[in-house]
Write a protein that binds this ligand. Structure first.
Ligand code: NAD
Length: 353
């Protein structure tokens, strides 16, 4: 395997691996370890060009630094990308080679599941390196992150309810959920228990109907959910749903959901602010999963109790972001980045003392 270092200002280490024997072409980026080892998922994607893969890994690893900082996971930001088609290029040799590449970082980078990779792929990677997170519980790991992400979104919503409606509970509020997969389903259950009025939508309509029956929720079509008149819209499907074509149709007062990269562009966060829609920044409210994974690396190993305590902090984390937004007169999406930078700066200063 040939490992080539790429010099990228502002990043601790970026390296590319090429291994003709297994077909591996991959890049690992360690953006920042001020707060701990750099954890971030392993993405497998058929990038057209190497520059596209580099662009993605740099952008995503930096995002992980910010997410972990605000989430106080005790981790830094990293990411890896595997150039290939997850539908046809996967094999054991490939993931074992990837494991050796990760091992060459000596623990500075810890991997996890991401788009195009699965837990069984990670189990293969684990044969070559111990720097793998999110494996099954039976392997001493933290298991499926989705229920933890849902819990974090639910608690984060309470900060949104207080900020936007002056109430601390979901009781009587109308929440519309887009996407009732792993996270959306758990979230709907928590909200129903708390007395919220729910409208749910999924491209898989049969799934939506079945859950609606269980919870006494209303169902609407996947096309219509963004325009439902409600208190809180909760995107729990794919990213980039908040964009020029959906914003004019929004009839919610707040947005708080699990989906990653909900804003197509940062300016869409400003557009929400202009419409007086309170946006809970995605990477702050959906950090429950990574907080849970981060607990695998605490002294003594993973303990669910500790994880839940940390996930409960998402409520305060959001409150802090809302406070920065008001202090600086900026959208909450900008405030979240500022809060992350403040936390990183405080830690860097404390380390220099
Ligand atoms: P999932 O694949 O289990 O569920 C997504 C659901 O959305 C599916 O039921 C799918 O049918 C539905 N869907 C897709 N397109 C839709 C559309 N246009 N309209 C309505 N429904 C649509 O995924 P998940 O694990 O529940 O994650 C949901 C989102 O949260 C994703 O964006 C994911 O990246 C993000 N996220 C998940 C976690 C986690 O722990 N699982 C952590 C952080 C962020």
């Amino acid at each position: 395997m040939r490992i080539t270092e790429l010099s990228v200002p502002g990043y601790e280490r970026v390296a590319k691996a090429e291994d003709p024997e297994s077909g591996l072409r991959a890049i690992i980026a360690v953006h920042d370890r001020t707060l701990g080892p750099a954890l971030g998922g392993m993405r497998m994607w058929p990038y057209a060009k190497e520059e596209d893969a580099v662009f993605d890994v740099l952008r995503l690893s930096r995002g992980m630094t910010y997410k972990s900082a605000v989430g106080r996971t005790g981790l830094g930001g990293g990411k890896s990308v595997l150039m290939g088609d997850s539908k046809k290029d996967k094999c054991e040799r490939l993931f074992r080679a990837m494991g050796r590449f990760i091992e060459a970082f000596g623990g500075a980078y810890i991997t996890a599941e991401d788009v195009g990779t699965t837990v069984p792929d990670l189990v293969t990677v684990r044969q070559e390196t111990r720097w793998v997170s999110g494996l099954p519980r039976e392997m001493g790991s933290s298991g499926n992150p989705s229920p933890y992400t849902a819990r974090g979104v639910y608690l984060g919503m309470r900060a949104v309810f207080e900020e936007r409606f002056g109430v601390s509970s979901a009781k009587g509020l109308h929440v519309a959920i887009q996407g009732i997969g792993s996270v959306g389903t758990s979230l709907a259950q928590l909200l129903a228990q708390a007395g919220a009025k729910l409208t749910i939508a999924d491209v898989n309509e049969a799934r939506a109907q079945a859950l609606a029956k269980e919870l006494g929720a209303a169902v609407c079509s996947a096309d219509a959910v963004m325009g439902v008149e409600c208190d809180v819209l909760s995107p729990c499907a794919l990213g980039a749903g908040i964009n020029d074509s959906t914003i004019p149709a929004l009839r919610c007062k707040a947005i708080a959901g699990a989906a990653n990269n909900q804003l197509l562009e940062p300016r869409h966060g400003d557009a929400l602010r202009a419409k007086n829609i309170l946006y809970a920044p995605d990477y702050v409210i959906n950090a429950g999963g990574i907080i849970n994974v981060g607990c695998e690396f605490l002294p003594g190993g993973y303990k669910e109790e500790e994880s839940l305590k940390r996930i409960d902090r998402i409520y305060e984390n959001l409150k802090e972001v809302f406070a920065v937004s008001k202090r600086d007169g900026v959208g909450t999406h900008v405030a979240a980045d500022r809060r992350a930078e403040e936390i990183l700066d405080e830690t860097r200063r404390a380390k220099r003392k």
